[in-house]
Design a binder for this molecule. Structure first.
Ligand code: NAI
Length: 544
């Protein structure tokens, strides 16, 4: 039990360690005398030292490594630092630095975090999960490393993603970190370079087919239910086909969601809703074209169609306004290579392998890039979009930075300053035509931590699309007219904790309304949730 830790063991426990902030009384009662320099410091002073040391690191990757080491030694101080300035730390702990960290994961690896569950554990996954010291796990973020950002199959190197994602539950929405478990579900990798790398840390096999995977993933999901009954499984960065397959397999049976599908859809609806407020139009009157029809493209398409239906369109009217274009061209009714999830968007149209041609014939007013192809929105593409709409909406969402389908400069320049632009990463402000443009960051971190907080608080037994639509609406509604006037499509990152807590409260209220909670509804949902918010402060550990 962590409460009984003493001496060196206590200093080695990141959740309990206070380092130089242990008081003199604590040092005596906890067997710490001799292990610490004499000075007793406050957390603010420790924070100052961390910032000083961070300032000496030459790159974001070095800062990332330093912060992970801090997390491994003192969790409270880590969150004290990160939560003090989320706008600064998000790009270091998550996009885009985490992409580089995953590419190099097996080389920068220092010590384990989270759990590794590989196909070698078949038949004993429950037993493996029972090794985890925390018994009340509430969210497992599980990746297979199958499709990491836009970087492809990174196998066990993908572990950096669930680690980073869960840090944002706490940093962005105040979810207490103790009940969060990052997990790498290792099926192997099809990445030859990694398989041939002597320092690769994962299972050295290629990925098997679903007939082999299904029983193993079933065992994992079942074991989680048995070992951690209130736990939600957050699926993250699985291969596109696996992402759909497993979400459909479990979404109506257990508490789970896929952030690449549902979270991405939700955050994009936030940006579109605000773009409509700026242009004074309705989403139901727009036509949307996607470049990329994978888990993100199909996830967003579904959410956009749902949002259009809320504005009065029928199911088929909404779907008719949504088109997708993938590596094999426009999705249209004669295509024979489409997944079941893609077919609803394959409308009657001649085959086309040219994006510009498709833009000209379909007339989209919104273009969304989720293709992993950096630079795919070239001048001809943006100019074609600009002929269709007074304020063309251009979202270049592929990550990391170099995969963005176009930069904000390009979007503003080629649309003569008319584009309403967002990317998956944060680009700096752009000067064009004597005006300052603030490119938005359409990143899931605005949504999944808030939804996660609602699930954590209510112990929701299912996670529905309606919860993600509610999150989008609650997030978008917090934007002020002044922010929209400045061209902002997403809330300010400096205030992300308050924004997400408000969103989480709306989602939790919906969970209670739909009878999906496994706890009783409190009189006042908002103050009940605010009392749960994690605060990165030390408590007294003096023992008699
Ligand atoms: P995926 O691998 O499931 O799908 C990629 C899609 O792009 C496929 O439909 C593929 O056919 C298409 N594609 C590939 N090359 C193409 C080409 N040359 N021309 C046209 N289409 C092409 O990947 P997923 O999960 O859909 O993610 C895609 C991208 O979106 C990634 O870069 C990911 O980082 C990003 N993303 C961004 C998020 C955000 O919050 N901004 C959230 C989720 C994903």
């Amino acid at each position: 039990m962590t409460e009984e830790l003493r001496g060196r063991d206590l200093l080695d426990s990141p959740a309990m360690n206070k380092g130089t902030a242990f008081s003199l009384d604590e040092r005596v009662s906890l067997g710490l005398e001799g292990f610490l320099p004499p000075s007793v410091e406050t957390i603010d002073l420790q924070h100052r030292r961390v910032l000083q040391q961070l300032g000496q690191k030459p790159t974001d990757l070095e800062r990332y490594i330093y912060l992970i080491q801090l997390l491994d030694s003192n969790e409270t101080l880590f969150y004290h630092v990160v939560m003090s300035n989320p706008a600064y730390f998000l790009p270091i702990l998550y996009d885009p630095t985490v992409g580089e960290a995953c590419l190099k994961f097996n080389h920068i690896y220092r010590r384990p975090r989270g759990m590794y569950i590989s196909m070698r554990d078949k038949g004993k996954v429950r037993q493996v999960l029972s090794n985890w010291p925390q018994k009340d796990v509430r969210v497992i973020c599980a990746t297979t490393g199958g499709r990491i950002l836009g970087l492809g199959d990174l196998g066990a190197n993908g572990m950096g993603i669930p680690i980073g994602k869960l840090q944002l539950y706490t940093a962005c929405a105040g979810v207490p970190p103790q009940g969060l478990l990052p997990a790498l579900i290792d099926f192997g990798t099809n990445n030859r370079e990694l398989l041939n790398d002597p320092l690769y840390l994962g299972l050295r096999q290629t990925r098997p087919d679903w007939d082999v995977l299904d029983p193993f993933v079933d065992e994992f999901v079942q074991s989680v239910q048995e070992q951690f009954p209130l736990c939600c499984i957050h699926f993250e960065d699985w291969r596109g086909v696996d992402a759909f397959h497993y979400l459909e397999r479990y979404r109506d049976k257990v508490s789970c969601f896929n952030d690449d599908i549902q979270g991405t859809g939700s955050v994009t609806v936030v940006g579109l809703h605000n773009a409509m407020r700026i242009s004074g139009q309705n989403l139901k009157d727009q036509r949307v074209l996607f470049l990329g029809a994978g888990s993100a493209g199909i996830g967003i398409a579904g959410m956009v169609a749902s949002a259009m239906k809320l504005e009065g369109l029928s199911d088929s009217q909404a779907r008719d306004r949504v088109w997708l274009f993938d590596i094999n061209g426009l999705l249209e009714s004669t295509r024979k290579d489409l997944l079941p999830e893609q077919k609803p968007y394959a409308h009657v149209h001649d085959p086309s392998h040219s994006l510009v041609e498709s833009i000209n014939s379909i007339g989209p007013t919104i273009l969304i890039g989720v293709s992993t192809v950096g630079g795919a929105f070239n001048q001809a593409v943006i100019e074609a979009m600009s002929r269709n709409a007074e304020r063309p909406i251009i979202f270049a969402l592929s990550n990391p930075t170099e995969k963005a389908e176009c930069t904000p400069e390009e979007a503003y320049k080629w649309s003569s300053g008319k584009a309403l632009y967002a990317a998956g990463v944060q680009f700096p402000p752009v000067q064009y035509g004597g005006k300052t443009f603030l490119p938005g960051q359409a990143n899931n971190f605005y949504i999944y931590p808030a939804v996660g907080f609602a699930i954590y608080a209510t112990s929701a037994k299912r996670v529905t699309d309606e919860m993600f639509i509610e999150a989008a609406k609650a997030t978008a509604d917090q934007m002020t007219d002044e922010q929209l006037k400045m061209g902002m499509l997403f809330p300010a990152q400096s205030n992300v904790l308050e924004t997400e807590v408000r969103t989480a409260i709306s989602v939790a209220a919906l969970v209670f309304d739909r009878n999906l909670a496994r706890v009783d509804r409190p009189m006042d949902v908002a103050s009940w949730m605010r009392a749960m918010i994690y605060k990165p402060q030390y408590g007294s550990q003096v023992r008699s």
